[in-house]
Write a protein that binds this ligand. Structure first.
Ligand SMILES: *[C@@H]1O[C@H](CO)[C@@H](O)[C@H](O)[C@H]1NC(C)=O
Ligand SMILES: *[C@@H]1O[C@H](CO)[C@@H](O)[C@H](O)[C@H]1NC(C)=O
Ligand SMILES: *[C@@H]1O[C@H](CO)[C@@H](O)[C@H](O)[C@H]1NC(C)=O
Length: 385
């Protein structure tokens, strides 16, 4: 008891008063104190071993170990912060995921060699009929892309382990065309892709999309663009401004209302803006319901208000609306000819980095599954892969 008393007093202000007397006794006391500790420690270990052996309280021991485990799991190297999640099927819900995905470094220069990648995000109902075409497109560029697939929760993909789509599915929820659940799915794709720091550009695609050029051209076109390719225009008439609801003021004014095709390409900054948004989301959720199709208005309007100078205001995905109606034309086996694609390529003129360009579209839709073989047949000649 005496020992402990001294040890405690060591730390107190009154201690210097008793120093002269203590200084000679102290080394012995320290030794005694250490020995006592040693014996206590040994005693404790023996008792625990005994308890574990004879009373089977391993569960208590392991439970307490589990409680302390995070102490040893704290990332100690930069590597552990920047490596992408090894399993895409995490257990976070959207609130948790979006929060996690909105982490943004404020220092612009990366203190490691970072090869910026394009995240290809496939928003699908079920199977990916053009997977063989995409496999060929991606081949040999493993450093420069990552893939994410959001399909209906009821669908179980069975890609072979050799496929680029193997284990690239993210936790999904039902998404309905024209409803907020569709935008939720797109935000979910963005959020999952944001978890990988090397993803710099984010492309949204559907199962009926195909690539129109080889990977080198697509990568160069997107990575060298000063703008993100979000279709965004002000359309007078019932299908544009006609869908605006005055209750969206003051967040969204009629003059700010935009329309654009759902299939976009955005950079990392805009991707974070979309995932973190809590200002426009409730307005669109409440006041843009069919016949206002929210997936055609939410992102174009929001980004036009926040970052108009970052938008090319056009999409990279070619589609044919010329037949009219609510859905664009779908092309099947019989349509796939060299002339068909020549017509698409030759009809193009657009602005790229403020200059006229003859390459305007990198992807095209919609194609029916039976077009696959014909597409594979002409791909090397027409698309260059
Ligand atoms: C996610 O989980 C948190 C914590 O349990 C909860 O507060 C939040 O409402 C959940 N979000 C969703 C979208 O379910
Ligand atoms: C896109 O539109 C916005 C306004 O809606 C404009 O400020 C911006 O300059 C446009 N982008 C380009 C590349 O012209
Ligand atoms: C990609 O396509 C372009 C133009 O068609 C061609 O010049 C280039 O060699 C192709 N690149 C590869 C890696 O095949």
């Amino acid at each position: 008891m005496q020992l402990r008393g001294v040890a405690l007093e060591e730390g107190k202000d009154s201690v210097p008063l008793v120093r002269p007397y203590q200084s000679r006794v102290l080394p012995l006391r320290v030794l005694q104190f250490c020995l006592l500790f040693l014996f206590l420690g040994l005693g404790f270990s023996l008792v625990s071993i005994y308890m574990v052996r004879y009373f089977g309280i391993q569960t208590v021991v392991s439970a307490s170990q589990a409680t302390f485990q995070p102490c040893y799991d704290v990332p100690s190297t930069l590597e552990s912060w920047i490596k992408p999640p090894s399993n895409l099927l995490h257990a976070m819900n959207d609130t948790e995921l979006f929060w996690r995905a909105s982490f943004l470094p404020r220092i612009k220069n990366y203190p490691f060699r970072r090869t910026p990648k394009i995240a290809f995000m496939f928003l699908t109902k079920g199977p990916l009929p053009f997977a063989p075409l995409w496999e060929r497109f991606f081949k040999g560029h493993e450093e420069l892309y990552s893939i994410y697939v959001h399909s209906l929760p009821s669908y179980n993909a069975d890609f072979p382990s050799s496929s680029v789509f193997y284990k690239r599915e993210i936790p999904s929820q039902v998404a309905e065309w024209g409803m907020m659940s569709m935008c939720d799915a797109e935000r979910r794709l963005l959020a999952n892709a944001l978890l990988d720091f090397s993803n710099e550009w984010f492309v949204l695609l559907s199962e009926s999309c195909i690539p129109l050029h080889n990977f080198s051209i697509v990568y160069r076109y997107i990575s060298r663009s000063r703008y993100s390719f979000m279709g965004s225009f002000d359309e007078p008439g019932p299908y544009g401004r006609g869908r605006y609801n005055g209750n969206m003021e003051p967040e969204v004014k009629l003059s700010q209302w935009r329309k654009g095709a759902q299939w976009f390409e955005v950079n990392r900054k805009l991707a974070v803006n979309i995932v973190e948004d809590v200002t426009y989301y409730p307005k669109f959720k409440e006041f843009c319901r069919p016949a206002c199709y929210v997936d055609e208005h939410y992102f174009p309007t929001m980004l036009t208000i926040q970052s108009p100078h970052l938008l090319a205001n056009r999409t990279l995905t070619w589609v044919d609306w010329s037949r009219g109606g609510a859905h664009p034309a779908t092309f099947g086996k019989a349509d796939i000819t060299e002339e068909f694609f020549k017509k698409i390529f030759e009809g193009e003129t657009c602005i790229y980095n403020n200059q006229p360009s003859s390459v305007c579209f990198l992807f095209a839709r919609k194609f029916a599954p039976n077009a696959l073989d014909s597409l594979l047949g002409i791909a090397s000649k027409i698309f260059g892969f």
